[in-house]
Design a protein around this ligand. Structure first.
Ligand code: NAD
Ligand code: UD9
Length: 456
């Protein structure tokens, strides 16, 4: 797509209406960097509105799949059709040439992974690489939008100076905004198009105004413009921190279940009937590449102590061990040594319906059971690659062929709803740890312990 000289966006003092009209005409070529679980839906949503989008990804297979009108991101309602249509209509194309995409683009949208290292430090190396490439192709009048989740101050203190240095432009010649992806896997398009307002934080007022005009066209819920980019980064990270701390409260309360002698889940559910109480769900752990990681975007880079965030991480990271401990207690009660037991883990991904295993509780549970000498099996109907797990993978159809001494429901995929628990496990009944209160086995021979619910 050739660059339209008139396609300058930032520094033109354009009125928002004029920006929106030009945007939907395709006057501002867009480059989306990162075509993953979040980037591909985002590129599709941009293409739907502007019709002039190039998706840049370093993975040639990703690029080839998209240009073949196919969709490598699964279980996203509407995404297959949207990508196919946008590519067929030449409103979206993909490339591995990130610098080339940057040279042609006026709007640069960055949505690449921002993981943490093994030492729990934020790893912004991928973001840095993309920012370098954008800098190579950045022109006066461009706008750079960071959507991927980053530690507070990243956009202002790391991204913007780097863009100026690599491009040789003055800071005032281009715009930068942080507009976080407030999107859940499994409903990405719906969220991007408008479940919640889009949060906009600019490094200056015009960056915010220009970014807001673009997202007013994309998001039906409109925008919330905050004071600056760092505030917007805080909004996104705070959403995740709140969730991790809240889940930790639920998990800590769940560990009182036996001593209280009550169904803690019932107490939580009723406590939540008042508007100022919203205790989340206890479970076998907290996975994914968002919630377990975001606390370290605050704990690590800053001097200020974060005892609540650190303690919440410790509590949530202790739940896989709590799960194994409950199983071991039951085995001890029947005189079964862990290293003589066979155990099935049901659900290996981090949450139902999402094929993502990062920080999945099943990783730690399988590792601990295996280390204790148990024969560990794993079943997960949506997972294709099991190598990361210390389990013997089995197909869903084969689960009835084994006399498992123990069965641990970690991630209740909907495909498990049809399981016949009468046929599962030992003839006399097995020990079942229900991590998510997803089972009703009261009339079965199994001895069932529900995390947060006790024996049911
Ligand atoms: N997955 C979620 O639920 C979710 C929700 C909201 C926000 N986010 C944030 O969105 C960001 C991306 O997450 P995701 O789930 O889409 O990741 P992902 O792993 O699914 O996809 C990342 C994509 O980026 C590509 N990539 C890697 N390095 C690149 C580079 N240098 N240049 C261009 N492309 C590159 C990869 O090839 C891959 O296709 C992360 O910061 C994450 O925190 C994720
Ligand atoms: C603030 C917020 O909502 N952010 C969402 C979150 O989405 P996610 O895909 O990471 O999934 P979650 O639902 O947060 O689950 C994570 C893990 O916590 C476990 N869990 C969950 C709820 C509970 O009550 N008890 C639990 O134990 C669950 O099993 C799983 O292992 O981050 C995305 C990226 O920022 C956001 O875009 C998205 O909006």
């Amino acid at each position: 797509m050739s660059r339209d000289v008139d396609g300058r966006l930032y520094g033109q003092e354009l009125a928002s209406d004029a920006i929106r009209e030009a945007f939907v005409r395709g006057d501002f070529p867009v480059a989306v960097y990162g075509l993953g679980k979040m980037g591909l839906p985002l590129a599709g949503a941009y293409a739907e509105v502007s019709g002039n989008v190039v998706g840049a990804d370093i993975d040639p297979e990703v690029v080839e799949t998209v240009n073949d009108r196919d969709c490598h991101v699964k279980r996203e309602p509407g995404l297959d059709a949207l990508v196919g249509e946008m590519v067929a209509k030449e409103r979206l194309q993909a490339t591995t040439d990130t610098v080339g995409a940057a040279e042609d683009a006026t709007v640069h949208v960055v949505i690449v992974p921002t993981p943490i290292t093994d030492e729990n430090e934020p790893d912004l190396s991928i973001l840095d690489a993309v920012v370098e490439d954008i800098g190579e192709g950045l022109d006066a009048g461009d706008l750079v939008i960071i959507e991927c989740t980053v530690p507070p101050r990243t956009t202002t203190a790391r991204v913007t100076p780097r863009l100026a240095k690599v491009s040789g432009l003055d800071r005032e010649e281009f715009g930068v905004a942080f507009c976080p992806e407030r999107t859940s896997s499994g409903r990405a398009l719906q969220d991007i198009r408008g479940t919640y307002p889009k949060v906009i934080g600019g490094v200056d007022e015009e960056s915010a105004q220009v970014a807001a005009a673009l997202y007013e066209e994309i998001n039906s819920e409109g925008v919330i413009s905050v004071s600056d980019a760092t505030t917007a980064e805080c909004v996104k990270v705070f959403e995740g921190l709140y969730r991790d701390v809240n889940i930790a409260l639920a998990n800590e309360l769940a560990t009182f279940t036996d001593e209280f002698g009550v169904d803690v889940r019932e107490a939580i559910e009723v406590a939540n009937t008042q508007p100022f109480c919203d205790i989340h769900d206890p479970g076998p752990g907290v996975g994914g590449h968002c919630i377990p990681f975001y606390p370290y975007f605050v704990i690590e880079p800053f001097e200020t102590d974060a005892p609540v965030l650190e303690t919440a991480r410790e509590v949530n990271d202790s739940m896989p061990d709590f799960t194994v401990r409950k199983l071991r207690e039951e085995f001890d009660a029947e005189g079964l040594a862990m290293d003589e037991a066979s155990v099935l883990i049901l659900g290996l991904t981090y949450r139902p319906g999402v094929e993502e295993i990062r920080a999945s509780p099943s990783l730690a549970i399988a590792e601990e059971l295996s280390a204790a000498g148990a024969d560990v099996y794993g079943v997960d109907p949506i997972l294709e690659e099991f190598d990361t797990f210390e389990v013997a993978p089995i197909e869903l159809e084969s689960v009835y062929e084994y006399d498992f001494d123990g069965m641990v429901m970690v991630t209740p995929h909907e495909e498990f709803d049809d399981l016949n628990w009468e046929r599962l496990g030992r003839e006399v009944g097995s020990v079942v740890i229900d991590g998510r209160a997803s089972l009703d086995l009261a009339d079965k021979d199994h001895r069932t312990y529900t995390i947060g619910g006790g024996y049911r």
